[in-house]
Write a protein that binds this ligand. Sequence first.
Ligand SMILES: CC(C)(COP(=O)(O)OP(=O)(O)OC[C@H]1O[C@@H](n2cnc3c(N)ncnc32)[C@H](O)[C@@H]1OP(=O)(O)O)[C@@H](O)C(=O)NCCC(=O)NCCS
Length: 179
Amino acid sequence: MVTRTSICLDFDVRPLHSADLDDVLAIEQSSFPEPWTRGMFEAELQGNPFARFLGAFRAGAMPPAKPLLGYLCYWVVFEELRLMNLAVRQDCRRQGIANRLVRRAMEEGRTHGTTRALLEVRAGNRVGRLLYEALGFRPYGCRRSYYTNPNEDAILMQLSLTNTIHANDSFHDKGEVSC
Ligand SMILES: CC(C)(COP(=O)(O)OP(=O)(O)OC[C@H]1O[C@@H](n2cnc3c(N)ncnc32)[C@H](O)[C@@H]1OP(=O)(O)O)[C@@H](O)C(=O)NCCC(=O)NCCS
């Protein structure tokens, strides 16, 4: 069950740096069955020219006591914005952090000329799918057995960035896709 707390409600969003990696890994490891490793994050941060990272930090606290609450890794690849990794600290969920991170990425994507946002989500990740649907993403395809531990299909979702984002924005307003 997700509990609502007040400590995380006020937060700022800024780009992440290598110095934030310990905090990122702590959230990553408690959020995914197959978490990204430090090496994978470092490769994105230091070696991938398309990759960008945003972090949500508790507002008001001064560094170093300014805890990371959630993060988003995304790629800006020409006209595409690809959401690669998103997680929020368990005790800070359902307070709009992921929503704000994705919206901020979409704003930045638009300024760099991206026209659509894409992502993959585990078929069984109900909360992830609800989040993206609430943001206007719609499923358009499926990759069988894309994930391991457990073996699971990936649902491919997309959203047009050429218009103002409304709940119904999508290329294909299909509610479901089957693998
Ligand atoms: C998915 C995840 C990132 C959502 O983060 P979050 O900050 O709690 O999400 P938000 O508070 O911004 O929620 C935005 C919307 O998503 C939907 N949503 C989020 N959590 C939900 C839940 N537990 N139940 C139902 N809907 C939910 C709602 O529509 C919500 O809007 P509302 O609160 O106004 O109803 C977070 O649960 C998480 O880190 N999960 C584990 C990692 C993961 O699955 N990442 C995504 C991989 S693709």
